[in-house]
Design a protein around this ligand. Structure first.
Ligand code: NAD
Length: 485
């Protein structure tokens, strides 16, 4: 019997499901059991061509609609997503292995927020009037054209919407390629947008590995590329896009600092560290994986952290009582286990976890290392798993220097009850998305993105509009034209 997660076909192009079984088979494995639940096929050159041609053909008419009309479609799609939240959350859990407890509140709901927010903004995308004496200049905010979205595997519904919603609000069309690890959810986003009234070709989804992504990025019809992925992939995609002088948004990896001063509320700081390391089994780009704890509260912090981490309910992701699920794939599990071994070998102290969980599927125990030093591998490289490194510090000046000593710059957090210190420290941290007495909130209203190697551009908020549109300025002369001859 076909598994309920099996999609009708691999791709969604020009308003319908399309299959081409000559493309490489991509198995979809449910991380909680290791069983294959679906199969899709990577896009062949013919499928890539179909998707790009339909997106190109549909874009101009879409851009001619009023923003209010486009916005209405996006908002309708948001309503459909919310109405189907349970079904979409189950699919997200099959796609990623994340517990239903999370997917019910963080995935289709976050996608719907983006569709609603950018749907609401679409009618207000205006230009400026700039008086020049009797003459004037006016500006128009225009669509870029055909945009390509390329996703990572940790938030397949959310990423498809965070890219699609602002792109479509601005009058662009999109070809979206999900991660080959999680190909299912973006197809539902395309289906729902179509059902909500998006014209055929405006939002297309095709499957494939990096090769398909590469074919999209280098196509001369493509005006913009928005990637969510790792830094090495980001460097390749950015370079390829630059060759064609295309716009880019790069949402890449991180190794973010979370700084806990000894005047902080310990329970809240522990809660922040848990949210910033163990949500989605640690597979979150903005995670605060370098937890700097001031020496005065170190032992108290570690004791409560170990106690509360022990309350994680590890198990069947479809059981709503489960609060901690498996790693997305066997290979990601092995990468993370490799880092855990390196942490032990380099002398960090295991406070809790430190091994695979004893059950089928790709589970790793939530792991806390203490006595981590700045030079250890686990403190330098992005692990993308449930591995928290706790480092000690003495002074504010020292911790700022150490927190910034990384190529990454996605997020940063500070826990303290001294608000002048909180703002002073945040002001000096090299990161794009920061938190004070909190961690990992990502509302659609707030800009999201990184500095340094963690990225270029911003998603969400009004900032995203700037990255999916461009300004045309028009000088209007009222009098005669003066010329030298
Ligand atoms: P990845 O870099 O391996 O792949 C990302 C996407 O790029 C995939 O769809 C992949 O098929 C595609 N790709 C790979 N090579 C390509 C190429 N040469 N040309 C075009 N496309 C190509 O990342 P991943 O393992 O899927 O995801 C984990 C990474 O993503 C982590 O580093 C994480 O921090 C990052 N991430 C960042 C954010 C953010 O918003 N900043 C969010 C989630 C994940």
């Amino acid at each position: 019997m076909t598994h309920p997660a099996q999609p009708k076909a691999s791709h969604f192009i020009n308003g319908e499901y399309v299959e081409d079984t000559s493309g490489t088979q991509i198995p979809v494995i449910y991380a909680a059991t290791g069983e294959q639940i679906a199969t899709v096929h990577a896009a062949t050159p013919a499928i890539v061509e179909q998707a790009l041609a339909s997106a190109k053909a549909a874009q101009k008419e879409w851009a001619k609609m009023t923003g209010t009309e486009r916005g209405r479609i996006l908002r309708r799609a948001a309503d459909i997503m919310r109405a189907r939240n349970h079904e979409l959350s189950v699919l997200e859990t099959y796609d990623t292995g994340k517990p239903l407890q999370e997917t019910l509140v963080a995935d289709a709901t976050s996608g719907a927020d983006a569709l609603e927010y950018f749907g609401g903004l679409a009618g207000s995308l205006t230009g400026e009037h700039i008086p020049m004496g009797e003459d004037w200049v006016y500006t128009m905010r225009e669509a870029l054209g055909l945009c390509v979205g390329i996703g990572a595997w940790n938030y397949p519904t959310q990423i498809a919407c965070w890219k699609g919603a602002p792109a479509l609000a601005c009058g662009n069309s999109m070809v979206f390629k999900p991660s080959e690890t999680t190909p299912l959810c973006a197809l539902k986003v395309a289906e729902i947008l179509h059902e909500a009234g998006a014209p055929a070709g405006i939002y297309n989804v095709i499957q494939g590995m990096g090769e398909v992504g590469g074919a999209l990025v280098t196509d001369p019809r493509v005006d913009k590329v928005s990637l969510t992925g790792s830094v090495p992939t980001g460097k390749k995609v950015y370079a390829a896009a630059a060759t064609g002088m295309k716009h880019v948004t790069m949402e890449l990896g991180g190794k973010s600092p979370l700084i806990i001063f000894d005047d902080a509320d310990v329970e809240n700081a522990v809660g922040g560290a848990i949210n910033g390391n163990f949500y989605s089994s640690g597979q979150v780009c903005s995670n605060g994986t370098r937890v700097f704890v001031q020496k005065g509260i170190k032992e108290k912090f570690l004791a409560r952290l170990a106690e509360r981490t022990g309350n994680a309910v590890i198990g069947d992701p479809m059981d709503e009582a489960t609060s901690f699920g498996p790693m997305v794939t066997e290979s990601q599990m092995n990468i993370v286990l490799g880092y855990i071994e390196k942490g032990k070998a380099e002398g960090a102290r295991v406070v809790c976890g430190g091994a695979r969980a004893d059950m089928p599927g790709y589970y790793i125990q939530p792991t806390v290392f203490a006595d981590v030093t700045d030079d250890m591998t686990i403190a330098r490289e992005e692990i993308f798993g449930p591995v928290m490194s706790v480092l000690d510090f003495d002074t504010e000046e020292e911790v700022i220097l150490r927190a910034n000593d990384t190529e990454f710059g996605l997020s940063a957090g500070v826990f303290t009850n001294d608000f002048s210190r909180a703002h002073r420290v945040i002001g000096q941290l090299e990161a794009g998305s920061c938190f004070i007495n909190s961690y990992n909130d990502a509302p659609v209203e707030a800009p999201f993105g990184g500095v340094k190697a963690s990225g270029v551009g911003r998603e969400n908020s009004k900032e995203a509009i700037k990255h999916f549109s461009q300004v045309k300025s028009v000088y209007v002369r009222m009098g005669d034209v003066e010329a030298a001859f």
